[in-house]
Ligand binder design. Structure first.
Ligand code: TXA
Ligand code: MG
Length: 347
């Protein structure tokens, strides 16, 4: 299949390009499009044949449900039933934005979209291209991240090209995504709201509007014997090709340097994902990638998946990543890092 790639203006998306993309989706095709978190791979959420193609091209397990994207808040009430009272305040505060709500699904939602569950994941993205596209389709759009299953999520159109070129109809390229980690998945289908996947909206922000809020143990990203409630979280995820270790805690700089030196002596090619400037000294012997110019968690989140892909391209044998604290955006970052490392953590 030939994949068309179109640059599109992030702030003022060209109408012609939006209509072309919407037409593809209406006819049952697949379009990769930008959101504020990562690029999504979109299909008509109400067309089972089109949704099935998403699983096939991503090589995604069929038991891992998709997020349905909408452009008007009121569409939530067509897709969900028995909507709990917390929804109102949540969508007033956080939509459009990186918050996905898990609710009981209504009858119009095909089983393949929810992977056979009786719940549905819904979000309203905060990106003009995504919103215009959904409106022009006149349909909700089912979209997982536009990567091959198990690869880091795409934050640039280039990443989508790496994974899906030749397999999908169109890629809309609006440049780098802002947030860089995916949306927060919040389960509202059981009595106490529960974060299943930490993401762009932090625990602390949600806690301001929700009296009761818990974080599912799997969401923290540490190894646990408790079963994941979000099917996606039990699968291998965000894995770079190289072996990876995350080093956390107070003495992490010293430990990273020791670990790097030990592995260099063993003849290995080492990549370092660094935040602290003290790791600059490793540049002589390792490929050191800094998340950003300063220690802001926003920059770490924004650059995380891109740097994982870059280190893979360098064909390093081992990636050593500097950890951050589990607060604010740090929870989402550590969830991704720990899982990318297959839970190999030093602290
Ligand atoms: O930011 C995002 O959320 C991006 C952009 C494209 O919107 N999308 C994204 O989709 O990250 P995906 O498919 O990569 O991740 C969706 C997550 C998976 O962990 C999946 O298991 C979970 O949401 N999920 C979807 N439906 C669910 C449901 N009914 N119950 C529990 N978890 C669900
Ligand atoms: Mg994904």
């Amino acid at each position: 299949m030939k994949t068309l790639i179109l640059k599109i203006d992030k702030k003022n998306p060209e109408r012609k390009k939006i209509l072309l993309a919407a037409n593809i989706i209406r006819k049952g095709g697949l379009v990769a499009f930008p959101t504020e978190t990562v690029y999504g791979l979109g299909a008509d959420a109400l067309n089972p044949k089109a949704v099935k193609k998403i699983y096939e091209v991503k090589r995604r397990p069929f038991d891992n449900p998709l997020i349905v994207h909408i452009a008007r808040k009121k569409d939530l009430f067509r897709l969900a039933r028995s909507v709990p009272k917390e929804v109102k305040i949540l969508i007033r505060n956080f939509w459009p934005g990186p918050l996905t709500l898990i609710l009981k699904a209504s009858k119009i939602v095909p089983k393949v979209t929810t992977a056979g569950l009786d719940t549905i994941a819904i979000r309203m993205p905060n990106h003009k291209v995504a919103l215009d596209l959904i409106k022009a389709c006149g349909k909700p759009i089912a979209a997982p991240s536009a990567n091959l299953s198990g690869r880091p999520s795409p934050t640039l159109a280039q990443h989508v090209i790496q994974d899906l070129y030749g397999k999908i109809d169109l890629i809309l390229d609006a440049g780098p995504t802002d947030i860089g980690v995916e949306s927060t998945v919040l389960d509202l289908s059981s009595p106490t709201p529960q974060i299943l996947r930490p993401g762009g909206i932090t625990f602390e922000k949600l806690k301001k509007v929700l009296k009761d809020l818990v974080v599912h143990p799997v969401a923290i990203g540490k190894k646990t014997t408790i079963l994941a409630k979000s099917p996606g979280l039990k699968h291998k995820h965000y894995a770079p090709k190289a072996k990876m270790i995350v080093v956390e805690g107070k003495n992490r700089i010293k430990k990273i340097k020791e670990l790097a030196m030990k592995n260099i002596y063993e003849g290995k090619k080492i990549g370092i994902l660094a935040i602290s400037k003290q790791l600059n000294t490793l540049k002589k012997n390792c490929i050191v990638k800094f998340f950003g110019k300063n220690k802001s968690l926003k920059l770490v989140a924004k650059n995380l998946f891109k740097l994982l892909r870059e280190l893979d391209e360098e064909k390093v044998d081992l990636i050593i990543a500097e950890g951050v604290e589990d607060t604010g955006l740090g929870l989402a970052i550590m969830n991704r890092l720990r899982k990318a490392a297959g839970y190999k953590i030093i602290n």
